[in-house]
Design a protein around this ligand. Structure first.
Ligand SMILES: *Cc1c(COP(=O)(O)O)cnc(C)c1O
Length: 452
C-alpha cells in the first residue's frame, strides 16, 4: 500500500533533469509552487484511495508541466467575430487600422517625445499630439484625450458643475451597459442633476423653465442603445443651445459613439456627428475613441478653449489621462480622417462599406470550401452604443447543425475561438465582421468543429 510518506520530496523532484527544464522555462518560484500543488493533489488522491503503487516521479513531473502550461497561457486572446456586430463591446469594440497598430508598436518599444518639445529641447505637453489634428478635423478651438468617454464626462462635470445644477432631459438618463448609468457617472462629479421633461416628450419650454435658476450646464446624452418611438418630442440641439446661451449657460453633448463620417451613406440611419454638434453651437462634445471613431479605448473632449484649459488643470485630468500608446493610436486613427482614407483604412468603416456583393462572395467562398451550408440574407448591426435598433443587410453562411448550442461551444474552443450566433436552430456566420486575414483560421476552426 502506498503511504503519504512514500511520496517524493520536493528536493528530490528538483534534482531531476525535467525540473531543471521547467525552471528554465517558467522560473524557479512558479515551478516550486506547481510542484507543491501537484504533490498536494497526489496526497489527496492517496488519502481517498491508497494506490497499489506510488505515482512515479515522471508522472508527477508531467503533471507539474501541464499545470505550469495552463497557468501561463495568455488570458486575453484574439478571437474571430462572426456575429455581424461591428462594435461588439464584449469583444473589444473597434479593431485598429494597420497605421494605428504600427504607431502604438513603435511608441511602446522605446522612448518618445511624449512630453518633450523637440524644437526647443524642453519639456512639452502630451496633449498637443492629438489636439492639433482634432482642431483641423472638427474646427474645435481645443481638444483633450482622456482614458475613455465615461471619464471625459466625469472630468467635464467635476470641473464645471461640482455642487452646481446640470439640466438633462429625462429621455437621456441612459444605462450604457455593464450596469453603468449616465446619471450615476454625473452624480459622481458632485453635480446636481435637474431632470426635465418626461420619458417620451421634452419641450424647449422645459429647458427654459429649468434655466430660470442658476445653472452650470445643460447636458445632452446620446441615447446610445435604445430608441423611443411613438409619441415623442425632443427640441433641436441648436434650439437648446440658444436658450442655454441666452441664460449664459454652457452646453455639453455626450455623444458616446462620436462619428466623424456619415453612417447614412451605408444605408443606415444617420448617427449624429461631432461636427454637427459643434456647428449647433455646443460648447463641449465628449465621445469614445473605440466606437465609431475606430481607434483604441479613449475619451475625447473637443470644444471651447477656455473651458478645456480649465478642465486640463483639474486634478482628475491627471487621474484619467491617456497613456502614450493610446495617444499614438488615437493620433494615427484621426490622421485617416484628415487624409480622407478612413473608409479604406479603418476596419469598422471598411466593414460598413462592404458591398452586398462582396459579403455574399465571401459567404459563398466559405460554403464552397466547407462543402456545406447555405448562403442566406440577414442583418448586421453596428452595436457599441450607436445606431440603436438599426441593422443593415448582409449575407450569412447558415449551417444546419443538430445541436447548435453545442456547436457554438465547439467553435469557442478553437484557436482562435470563433464567436457565431444561432437563429431558428441554424448557426449563422456573418462575413462582414471577420477580418480578411482571419478567414484561413476561420475555415480551419469550422472544419475542426464540423470534423471535416
Ligand atoms: C458608450 C458611451 C459612453 C461611455 O463611453 P466609454 O468610452 O465606454 O467610457 C458614455 N456616453 C454615451 C452616450 C455612450 O454611448
Amino acid at each position: 500500500m502506498t503511504t503519504l510518506r512514500d511520496l517524493p520530496a520536493v528536493e528530490q523532484l528538483l534534482q531531476t533533469q525535467t525540473a531543471a527544464e521547467l525552471i528554465a522555462r517558467y522560473g524557479r518560484p512558479l515551478t516550486l509552487i506547481a510542484i507543491r500543488s501537484t504533490l498536494d493533489e497526489a496526497r489527496e488522491r492517496i488519502k481517498l484511495n491508497p494506490e497499489p503503487a506510488l505515482p512515479p516521479i515522471d508522472l508527477i513531473l508531467a503533471q507539474t508541466d501541464s499545470t505550469l502550461s495552463a497557468w501561463t497561457q495568455p488570458m486575453l486572446v484574439p478571437l474571430i467575430n462572426a456575429t455581424g456586430v461591428i462594435l461588439h463591446t464584449n469583444l473589444g469594440r473597434a479593431p485598429l487600422s494597420a497605421a494605428a497598430i504600427h504607431a502604438m508598436d513603435v511608441v511602446s518599444r522605446g522612448y518618445s517625445n511624449l512630453e518633450y518639445d523637440l524644437e526647443k529641447g524642453v519639456r512639452g505637453s502630451r496633449l498637443i499630439h492629438a489636439e492639433s489634428i482634432l482642431q483641423k478635423l472638427t474646427g474645435a478651438e481645443s481638444a483633450l484625450v482622456v482614458n475613455n468617454c465615461a471619464s471625459a464626462v466625469l472630468l467635464v462635470l467635476s470641473t464645471l458643475a461640482n455642487k452646481k445644477r446640470v439640466i438633462i432631459s429625462r429621455s437621456q438618463l441612459v444605462e450604457i451597459g455593464g450596469g453603468f448609468r449616465i446619471p450615476d457617472v454625473m452624480k459622481q462629479s458632485g453635480a446636481k442633476l435637474v431632470e426635465v421633461g418626461t420619458t417620451n416628450r421634452v419641450h424647449l419650454s422645459d429647458y427654459e423653465e429649468a434655466l430660470q435658476e442658476p445653472t452650470a450646464l445643460v447636458m445632452r446624452a446620446h441615447p446610445s442603445n435604445f430608441k423611443i418611438i411613438g409619441f415623442t418630442e425632443e427640441p433641436e440641439l441648436k434650439d437648446i443651445v440658444e436658450v442655454a446661451h441666452q441664460a449664459d449657460v454652457f452646453v455639453v453633448d455626450d455623444l458616446g459613439s462620436g462619428a466623424l463620417l456619415d453612417t447614412a451613406k451605408y444605408g443606415l440611419a444617420h448617427e449624429p456627428t461631432i461636427q454637427e454638434s459643434l456647428s449647433a453651437g455646443v460648447d463641449l462634445v465628449c465621445f469614445s475613441g473605440d466606437k465609431l471613431l475606430g481607434g483604441p479605448q479613449a475619451g475625447i473632449i473637443v470644444g471651447k478653449k477656455a473651458l478645456i484649459d480649465k478642465i486640463k488643470k483639474h486634478p482628475l485630468a491627471r487621474a484619467v489621462r491617456a497613456d502614450k500608446v493610446c495617444l499614438a493610436g488615437i493620433t494615427a486613427t484621426l490622421l485617416h480622417y484628415l487624409k480622407d482614407n478612413a473608409e479604406r483604412e479603418v476596419p469598422i468603416w471598411r466593414m460598413m462599406s462592404l458591398t452586398l456583393k462582396q459579403v455574399k462572395g465571401r459567404a459563398e467562398a466559405w460554403k464552397n470550401e466547407l462543402g456545406q451550408g447555405h448562403v442566406v440574407e440577414g442583418e448586421s448591426t453596428v452595436g457599441g452604443g450607436s445606431l440603436p435598433g438599426e441593422t443593415f443587410q448582409t449575407y450569412l453562411l447558415s449551417l444546419e447543425i443538430k445541436s447548435p448550442d453545442k456547436f457554438l461551444k465547439k467553435l469557442r474552443k478553437q484557436h482562435p475561438p470563433i464567436i457565431a450566433r444561432t437563429e431558428n436552430d441554424k448557426v449563422l456566420l456573418d462575413p462582414r465582421t471577420v477580418l480578411p486575414e482571419q478567414e484561413g483560421a476561420l475555415l480551419v476552426g469550422l472544419k475542426n468543429a464540423l470534423r471535416l
